[in-house]
Ligand binder design. Structure first.
Ligand SMILES: *Cc1c(COP(=O)(O)O)cnc(C)c1O
Length: 373
């Protein structure tokens, strides 16, 4: 493909020397679990999410699982409780809910943003809803004062799935503009290699300003121990690998540039795509609300568009072709009809927007999209 969807080796090439030096430091340190690189990653995440605490963990799914299990230990949620979650999300959001013995309530997206809105959230809520997992899908913050008011009125426990949205911001009810990671009670981040800031393997983090949750999450991720050989919970081993922390500290220093470039690519696509058969995602009112993890267009003739683009050298992807409720593992999951979610899954197409796509080539890709008949 002349225009690859995302070439990870190419994306990491500009950090190569710094990454090699960081890896060499870990190798020489003799400290292969925990240690200064993990501490530094946690400090970086507190700064980026504007929270009091951050816990480095093994991956994004574990970050979500640990938050929900800590909320149960803390008495904020109880097994069997209903947690609202967008129906249009990556399956990991829902996996974390069912893994903790909670019940997902699938909420339809607003088709324009692909995220839940206050209206779709309000329409789905039931008297049994106890929590909300909001997912900042495609890097667009799924949060506003109206959603926050609903969550507050209902006393919901709010988890952010911020896996795709590191560095994005949202308007809050009475705290002004805040970064994702600080909007609910706790937030999960993923550093899966394809995310805006990717590790060279699996990694994740939890951010929260709730001390009790932070302590429980840290303990749960470390065999449930609050100090050595003292196990207060039946825990797990979900620790962040220091070599990944060292890689991530290099790349997190570049977060603003990474996200600014994604905003530039998105703006170019939105300005230059003029094919009436292709619907572009709306630019947010404030550019900071979105870090464009994906740039997702909609087309009634999606499969033919994808094939045409491939024939012209443009690689694309679909996020996600099969929504969680259509996965075999959730064949018996109860849910209302989800027509908006299914219509999206049938029409969405993700264009190259990652670190291996220079903004200079966006006009060429847009020209090819505009030539689709
Ligand atoms: C990537 C992702 C996850 C899972 O993160 P991993 O690090 O891959 O476990 C969860 N939710 C969303 C929305 C994601 O995009």
């Amino acid at each position: 493909m002349k225009y690859p969807f995302l070439d990870l080796a190419d994306a990491n090439r500009s950090y190569q020397e710094a990454l090699q030096q960081a890896a060499a430091e870990v190798i020489a340190s003799g400290r292969y679990v925990g240690g200064p690189h993990v501490d530094a990653l946690e400090q970086n995440m507190c700064r980026i999410a504007a929270t009091d605490y951050a816990v480095g963990v093994s991956n994004g799914l574990d970050a979500l699982r640990l938050i929900l299990r800590a909320a149960i230990l803390d008495g904020r949620l109880a097994e069997g409780d209903e947690i609202a979650v967008p129906a249009n999300t990556y399956v990991a959001s829902v996996l974390a809910i069912t893994d903790a013995g909670l019940r997902p309530l699938l909420v339809e997206p607003d088709p324009a943003t692909s995220n839940i809105s206050a209206a779709t959230f309000a329409a789905a809520l039931t008297p049994a809803t106890r929590g909300l997992m909001t997912v900042h899908l495609y890097g667009r913050s799924a949060w506003d004062p109206a959603i926050e008011r609903l969550a507050l009125e209902r006393g919901l426990f709010v988890v952010e799935d911020a896996a795709q949205a590191i560095g994005a911001e949202a308007m809050t009810l009475d705290r002004g503009r805040c970064p994702v990671g600080s909007l609910g009670h706790a937030a999960a981040f993923s550093f899966y290699p394809t995310k805006n800031v990717g590790a060279l393997g699996d990694a994740g983090a939890v951010t929260t300003s709730d001390r009790s949750l932070a302590e429980k999450i840290r303990a749960l991720a470390n065999y449930g121990s609050d100090r050595r050989y003292h196990n207060v919970y039946e825990g797990f081993n979900c620790r962040l690998d220091p070599i990944q922390a060292a890689m991530l500290n290099v790349k997190l220093a570049d977060l603003d540039r990474i996200n600014d470039l994604r905003r530039r690519r998105a703006k170019l696509y939105s300005e230059l795509i003029s094919n009436p058969r292709v619907v572009t995602p709306p630019l947010p009112a404030d550019p900071k609300e979105c870090v464009w993890h994906q740039y997702v267009v909609r087309c009634a003739d999606r499969d033919r568009l994808a094939a045409y683009l491939a024939s012209q050298g443009v690689a694309t992807d679909i996020h996600y072709a099969v929504p969680p409720h259509r996965q075999p593992c959730y064949a018996s999951l109860p849910h209302e009809p989800l027509p908006a979610t299914e219509a999206l899954a049938a029409s969405i197409l993700s264009l190259p927007i990652g670190d291996s796509t220079p903004p200079e080539v966006i006009p060429e890709i847009a020209r090819i999209i505009n030539s689709f008949e």
